[in-house]
Design a protein. Structure first.
Length: 308
């Protein structure tokens, strides 16, 4: 779950809500070591198929211009060897764009001395919403080794991925123009490595986005501190981890972040400090973001080795 409230100090705040759910489908548990033989030894399948659904709602500005989107995704992960996996995924969904014209003031509604909402707007046959399909595809490499317990804490995880959003470049206009949404290209990566014989992990990451003439770079680091570990097999004692860090968004803002994990739950909070040209009216106050995550099975239980 995610909630974001941005630029409240400037105008009507931009609000974002989101929710997502993902699960693995165990379609095939075992595979033949030698498929050419009618009988023989079997080994556990190294393929995982996953499905997901997510919901997104955004409302912005005085006219309450909104975006509502629902997506369904499917991904296939294949183990390349004991430490490396490769995942490929696709996503498709429906998007609705909307606007509230009653909250807009038009030039024709000024009578020469003041604004009069009862005067006609002069605009006719403009739809207040439209719907289109949206599609995404991506690929990600994952790496993992080592143990996550404080006694060793020598785990290393890494990932590198690339995705293309808005593949069909859908039209973006309330008035029937042929203006299209640029395809968005996203590259991202990160790693987590433990400091041996301690309860500290370092997690740097980056993300690069390119959409038409616009681009964005996000880079930063989280520092994770293990307060407690789970009982290795019973889980009677629950693991807890606290994380703090910061991220830089080029020419725009710095985000300060914190997260607390307890067993299967994680609660995160971040706040943007704006330093772009908007700072003159925002006084540096960007937006607050709150996330809540539930993960099952417990990521800290029954895992002598790290898994991606």
């Amino acid at each position: 779950l995610i909630y974001r409230n941005q630029w409240k100090s400037v105008t009507v705040p931009y609000e974002t809500y989101g929710a997502s759910f993902e699960f693995k489908a165990r379609l095939m548990q075992w595979a033949k070591v030698d498929p050419g033989h009618r009988t023989g030894f079997f080994t556990k399948s190294k393929k995982n198929l996953a499905f997901g659904i997510n919901f997104f709602r955004d409302k912005a500005g005085d006219a309450a211009m909104g975006t509502t989107q629902v997506n369904i995704s499917v991904a296939q992960q294949v183990a390349l060897d004991e430490r490396n996996t490769l995942a490929v995924g696709i996503q498709g969904g429906i998007v609705q764009r909307s606007i509230n014209y009653s909250k807009i003031r038009w030039d024709s509604q000024y009578n020469g001395t003041s604004y009069n909402a009862s005067l006609p707007t002069g605009e006719t046959n403009i739809p207040s919403n439209f719907i289109y399909g949206d599609y995404t595809a991506g690929i990600q490499w994952n790496y993992g080794k080592g143990e996550m317990y404080i006694a060793a804490n020598n785990e290393v995880k890494a990932n590198l991925g690339f995705a293309v959003h808005h593949i069909s470049q859908p039209k973006q206009s309330f008035v029937g123009d042929k203006e299209k949404l640029f395809a968005k290209f996203v590259g991202h990566g990160g790693c987590v490595f433990g400091i041996s014989n301690s309860n500290v992990l370092i997690a740097p990451s980056f993300m690069y986005l390119r959409q038409g003439p616009q681009q964005e770079i996000n880079v930063g680091t989280m520092i994770k501190y293990k307060l407690h570990e789970n009982t290795k097999y019973t889980g009677f004692k629950q693991a807890s981890v606290v994380s703090i860090g910061g991220f830089y968004r080029n020419k725009d803002a710095v985000a300060i972040m914190g997260q607390f994990e307890l067993n299967k739950w994680a609660l995160g909070v971040s706040y943007d400090l704006n330093f772009s040209g908007l700072k003159q009216v925002s006084t540096g106050r960007g937006g607050i973001e709150i996330t809540l995550r539930f993960f099952s099975p417990n990521p800290y239980l029954f895992q002598a080795k790290s898994r991606i």
